[in-house]
Design a binder for this molecule. Structure first.
Ligand SMILES: [Zn+2]
Length: 292
């Protein structure tokens, strides 16, 4: 294991909003109200000096609508009504940032819930970092059992096994100070620039990704470890209604407590970005927000 604390090369992060879903706040957040809330699907566009253009998750895509056209998968679409305006589709947004689909060299999937990987099929040359445990679960028999965990096998590219890099196979690496309560990271590229961070509980093989942006801000792309962080830097607990979706409810709360410990340090140089938090997106520096 490398000590990880010394080498933390910078990369460039641009965050894109790739569709959103809408449902009553209380169905997602403990103590939430009945009013309808919008949950954007945020995607990290990472430019690495050697590895090129990489993505953290893909957000929604038309493939989600095709994969949920028939029953029982259609229930997924009913449970979380999805909106994907043309201007928020992933490929046109990447093009606006000067990147063609075939130039995306890799995707880091925080987990395999449909709203995080629906665009994989549009990225034919990307290797896929995802948890081996997550991929094995997505391959288990039982269409309804998979659906209950928001997993749609049809979204996985046909050549996924060839493109897959198991996050668990990457070298362990101590996280920089301020993040160590989360445990050890896993060094994706061997240079310390991108470290997978275990954030277990929400879904099988759920990982975040820690990077250091050009302005030295350290950003943890936190996936669904929490759905929202408010202005008081409080990570919101999931609503009881989401318990059936959870892979391990007690681990999910343990992860949330660790994230809160990171936030409690109050370090402005440390940013935690949940995948569906509109307020966290709005607080990012303008140059980091890639969707108008
Ligand atoms: Zn999820």
């Amino acid at each position: 294991m490398n000590d990880g604390g010394t080498a933390f090369p910078r990369t460039s992060l641009t965050v894109l909003r790739v569709g959103h879903c809408t449902h009553p706040e209380c169905l997602a957040l403990r103590g939430g109200g009945l009013r309808s809330a919008t949950f954007p699907a945020l995607v990290g566009l990472i430019r690495h000096p050697d590895a090129g253009a990489l993505l953290f998750d893909t957000g929604y895509a038309d493939h989600f609508l095709r994969a949920t056209a028939a029953f029982p998968e259609r229930l997924y679409r009913w449970a979380t009504p999805v909106s994907l305006p043309p201007e928020e589709c992933l490929l046109p947004q990447l093009a606006r940032h000067g990147i063609a689909a075939h130039e995306v060299a890799g995707v880091f999937a925080s987990h395999l819930h449909a709203d995080h990987i629906a665009g994989l099929r549009d990225l034919p040359r990307a290797r896929l970092w995802c948890s081996d445990a997550a991929l094995r679960f997505a391959r288990t028999p039982g269409r309804v059992a998979r659906l209950r965990k928001a997993t749609l096998q049809a979204l996985l590219p046909d050549d996924v096994e060839r493109r897959h890099v198991a996050i668990e196979s990457c070298e362990r690496s101590a996280l920089p100070s301020g993040w160590r309560v989360l445990g050890d990271g896993l060094d994706l590229l061997g240079d310390g620039s991108l470290r997978a961070v275990p954030l277990p509980g929400h879904a099988r093989g759920h990982f975040g990704l820690l990077l250091r942006h050009e302005d030295d801000r350290e950003v943890l792309l936190a996936g669904d470890a929490t759905w929202r962080i408010d202005d008081a830097r409080r990570a919101h607990a999931p609503a009881p209604a989401t318990r059936a979706l959870s892979d391990d409810w007690s681990l999910q709360h343990a992860t949330l407590a660790k994230l809160q410990a990171v936030l409690d340090q109050g370090d402005d140089g440390h940013c935690v970005l949940p995948s569906h938090c509109a307020a966290s997106y709005a607080r990012l520096p303008a140059a980091m927000r890639g969707t108008p």
